[in-house]
Design a protein around this ligand. Structure first.
Ligand code: NAD
Length: 469
């Protein structure tokens, strides 16, 4: 079984303790991840702080390192994708897409030219420049659902902007991040990129280090709130990409046959373990029966299996806790009178397999509708009046994504603009536009990732004001 070590100060470092990581499709051990001690976390942060002055002063070298990293990732797509599949569960064609996205993101930042300063005034009286400066050491803490792209969306802009990074992957999927760190090790000066692994306690310890000036976090609302509170003492900067409970609204003129497939994937891609998956489906009453029937038919012919089996369309849930959460939500919905139209029970045998499950007969007030299920279960809720559907969609503390499905795209756009979410789509869900900022409203996040706003979060500004007389 392969052992994966930490990356600290340019060196792969073993740890006193290793954690087994299991394949969620089979229960077999995939490998072992070094668990960072507190001393190793402090060493990683210290190395990142030492590397900062030289790295922040070398913008061209930063871009060259990012370009070299993109090339290195492309050379190792097969190994990286296979490891993500084995530790996370998603089918190989989807993890290959993820790794292609990792390389594309690195390329994007390698090519990005951002002016280091702007001049506000330059005359006999004074010279005033606004200069971008890196924040310092960035702690990048990531979840398990799409581990490498979520990491690189943080690493690439943070490093491009001249910061150094200590990353902490999820304890459920640490191996792919540690493999990536090993592959990129020689492309960055020692200390610029460090990876420590372990559970939430390691993340919390990292986030509290005084030299950490920015915490960029993707994960649950509960952990995000905790990090926000913990950062207050030291006024650390934060970017929080948190959970969602996305609504999709199907209007009375939608084409059921055309939308069933994209709606299915909008809800069930990665077995629903996507922050901005469709998690509540509101359907005009006139289309409720035919659309539900089309979705049930699609769900029933879905091939579930090990992600390395090319026939698999969906893999297992990524970990036992997530499987148990989904089971508990479905059981609770049953107790509230829900009808289960497909799936509804875990599959027998090894692995955390839970088939795509369509549920009706419940609405607001039931946890499966009110909370983020983060799994392959979709409540379908009829409406008569679109104003009522909009009100229900917005009656949530979450605000990550939302979509409207209609033949009338102008009306769809007008309704989408009234939805309280950072991402709002018409006739699609999940599509992320390159260059666009992604961020959640309300409890779904703080700040943005990607785009100019996302990039700016990794810098602070200094106004240099020189009196000339
Ligand atoms: P999680 O909050 O349990 O864990 C995320 C990371 O934080 C892990 O690395 C974990 O070890 C670490 N962590 C846990 N407690 C910590 C603490 N007290 N201090 C510092 N770090 C700590 O989330 P998860 O279960 O891994 O991920 C699923 C959640 O992530 C879902 O809610 C999902 O919607 C959300 N998510 C959001 C986005 C987005 O872009 N908005 C993307 C993917 C996932």
């Amino acid at each position: 079984m392969s052992r994966h070590d930490l990356l600290i100060d340019g060196q792969l470092q073993p740890a006193a303790t290793y954690d087994d990581v299991f394949d969620p499709a089979s229960g077999d051990a995939v490998g072992q991840a070094a668990r960072a001690s507190q001393e190793q976390v402090r060493q990683a942060v210290a190395a990142a702080a030492r590397a900062l002055p030289a790295w922040s002063g070398a913008p061209e070298a930063r871009r060259l390192s990012l370009a070299a990293a993109a090339t290195r990732v492309r050379e190792h797509v097969a190994a990286l994708a296979e490891l993500v599949t084995r530790e996370q569960g998603r089918p190989l064609q989807a993890t290959r897409q993820e790794i292609a996205g990792v390389a594309a993101t690195l390329d994007h930042y390698a090519a990005l030219e951002v002016p280091a300063e702007t001049t506000l005034q330059d005359d006999d009286e004074r010279r005033v420049r606004i200069v971008r400066r890196p924040l310092g050491v960035v702690a990048a803490i990531t979840p398990w659902n799409v581990p490498l792209i979520l990491l690189v969306l943080k690493l690439a802009p943070a490093l491009h902007a001249g910061n150094t990074v200590v990353a902490k992957p999820s304890e459920h999927t640490p191996l792919s991040t540690l493999l990536l760190a090993g592959l990129l090790r020689d492309l960055f000066p020692a200390g610029v990129l460090n990876v420590v692994a372990g559970d939430g306690a390691v993340g919390e310890y990292l986030a509290r280090q005084p030299a950490v000036r920015h915490i960029t976090f993707t994960g649950s609302v509960a952990t995000g709130k905790r990090l926000y509170a913990g950062a207050a003492d030291d006024l650390k900067r934060l970017t929080l990409e948190l959970g969602g409970n996305d609504a999709a609204l199907v209007l009375e003129d939608a084409d059921v046959e055309a939308i069933a497939e994209p709606l299915f994937w909008g809800a069930f891609w990665n077995s629903g373990q996507v922050c901005f998956a469709i998690k509540r489906l509101y359907v005009h009453a006139s289309l409720f029966e035919p659309l539900l029937a089309a979705l049930v038919a699609r769900a029933e012919r879905t091939h579930l299996g090990h992600g390395l089996d090319p026939r698999s369309e969906l893999g297992p849930l990524s970990n036992r806790q997530q499987l148990e959460r989904v089971e508990a939500l479905v059981d609770d919905a049953r107790r509230h009178g829900a009808r289960i139209h497909s799936g509804g029970r875990r599959l027998d045998g090894p692995g955390h397999f839970y088939p795509p499950t369509l549920v009706s007969g419940i609405g607001a007030g039931v946890a499966l509708v009110d909370e983020e299920q983060f799994g392959p279960v979709l409540p379908v809720i009829p409406f008569d009046d679109v104003e009522d559907a909009i009100a229900q969609a917005n009656a949530s503390p979450y605000g990550l994504g939302a979509s409207v499905w209609t033949r009338d795209t102008a009306r769809g756009e007008a309704i989408a603009a009234r939805l309280e979410s950072g991402l709002a789509w018409v006739n699609q869900h999940l599509h992320i536009q390159p260059g666009a900022p992604k961020g959640g409203h309300k409890w779904s996040g703080l700040g943005y990732e990607g785009g100019q706003r996302g990039y700016d979060a990794f810098s602070e500004l200094q106004v240099l004001n020189i009196a000339r007389r």
